[in-house]
Design a protein. Structure first.
Length: 442
């Protein structure tokens, strides 16, 4: 059983060594086997669980603290005359989403952690993610989600506060198998967008092929846009870095990240700081597609009222920073696009987000992909359809620094706080990064 252990405040998937296939020096794109798709089933914990720790709430912020949020710099509120995400159903596969008066449309889909319906959040993480997607605006604090008219579907898939009942020393619950089941359930529940702000990572291959089958089912059978976090690096319980200068290619990268490495099926999101510079904590890789603000954010509190700008961690309150929180901003944008252009397929929506991003001067970059998202351009009727149609940005994107410990520390609550499994590396294979237009299975 691949369970979560020794987690911080984010939802994270850990993979035990027994869950890993033989490894060598480099990665190869994982192959999708449709026969491994989980059967339709009601969401229930795969084994008995117990709550190990008290639920968390987070650090409340004063209304003025939400003013000037990185979200406001994207100009999303100026687009609400076109769409606010009406008719869209965004599934949040996370630690659950607690009811909040600013989440007007919240539906519980299921719970793989305990006997709930998905609208219980003992970690605070899933509620923060949902708020960034669909929180209603409030003039008192200036905060809102990207698509406030969208419906949030909550699937509680993991939690740091629960553990398996038959393993008293283990805290944390959730794995790549429950993630695969959650993706299928979300797709079958009518989701038009799925947000996954949890990751599993390891130096080598991951035995997550059921998840790959579920992602392919969601995208190609159910026409769902799937957005996932790139993951964070730094610290003993987060993902290891890719080898220096080797993150851009499959045949040199060595750290596998799931679901991100299913590049043909997911839109993977890195983080940028308030000034637009790549966040030092983003786990770079050949599958990163775009970037969005992921530092110094505020969002909804799981207590049912108010906002938070930090969540508790082993090292104290950690600011809401990480690729966990960049991903839902892109999920909200996907909801806006699907609402404004309902004729677009899931793959066309993902392509539109990529082609309208502010492309780095050097072209695609392993930390920010095709660049920082541009919601105004993405919602334009004249959006380019290929990357070659878009002029490159005049501003050079500076690669994330490798020695900035402060930047890595502020990401302690992000998706990349994953359990890294150190194992032998794979032998190399000359596999090039494939573009979004290549829709063949890996």
């Amino acid at each position: 059983m691949r369970t979560v252990a020794a987690l911080l405040t984010s939802a994270v998937l850990a993979v035990a060594p027994s869950a890993l296939a033989p490894t060598a020096h480099a990665l190869t794109p994982p192959v999708v086997d449709p026969s491994l798709l989980p059967e339709p089933a009601r969401p229930v914990p795969p084994r008995p669980t117990v709550q190990r720790d008290a639920c968390v709430i987070g650090s409340a912020v004063k209304p003025a603290a939400a003013q000037g949020s990185p979200l406001s710099a994207l100009g999303i509120d100026t687009l609400w005359t076109l769409t606010r995400g009406e008719g869209q159903r965004v599934a949040v596969i996370d630690t659950g989403v607690a009811p909040h008066h600013r989440l007007g449309k919240l539906e519980g889909v299921g719970d793989y952690v305990a006997s709930g319906d998905g609208t219980q959040d003992c970690d605070g993480h899933g509620t923060v993610v949902a708020g960034l997607i669909a929180a209603a605006p409030d003039s008192a604090d200036g905060f809102s989600g990207v698509a406030p008219a969208a419906t949030v579907l909550s699937v509680r898939q993991s939690s740091t506060r629960f553990g398996p009942a038959d393993e008293p020393a283990t805290s944390g619950f959730g794995d790549v198998d429950t993630m695969a089941r959650a993706v299928r359930v979300a797709a079958d529940s009518g989701a038009t967008v799925i947000n996954i702000s949890v990751v599993a990572c390891a130096e080598g291959d991951l035995a997550d092929r059921a998840l790959g089958a579920a992602l392919a089912y969601a995208v190609d059978t159910k026409d769902v846009v799937v957005v996932t976090a790139a993951g964070n690096v730094g610290g003993p319980v987060r993902c290891p870095r890719q080898p220096e200068g080797q993150a851009a290619q499959w045949d040199t990268a060595t750290v596998a990240v799931s679901p991100a490495w299913y590049d043909d099926y997911v839109l993977t999101v890195g983080s940028v700081a308030v000034d637009g510079a790549p966040s030092a904590f983003t786990l770079a890789g050949p599958w990163v597609d775009v970037a969005a603000p992921g530092e110094a954010l505020v969002s909804l509190s799981a207590s049912g009222g108010g906002l938070v700008d930090a969540l508790p961690s082993a090292a104290g309150d950690a600011p809401i920073s990480g690729t966990s929180y960049a991903a839902p901003i892109v999920s909200g944008l996907a909801a806006l696009i699907r609402s404004r252009f309902p004729e677009l397929t899931a793959r066309q929506v993902m392509q539109r987000i990529e082609t309208t991003a502010h492309r780095p001067a050097r072209g695609w970059d392993p930390a920010v992909g095709n660049g920082v998202i541009d919601p105004v351009a993405a919602l334009s009727s004249e959006a380019p359809t290929t990357l070659t149609e878009q002029p490159e940005s005049l501003v050079e994107v500076t690669p994330a620094a490798t020695g900035d410990d402060r930047a890595r520390t502020i990401a302690v609550a992000g998706a990349g706080a994953c359990i890294a499994v150190a194992i032998a590396a794979w032998g190399s294979s000359a596999v090039r990064r494939r573009g979004r237009g290549d829709v063949s299975p890996h």
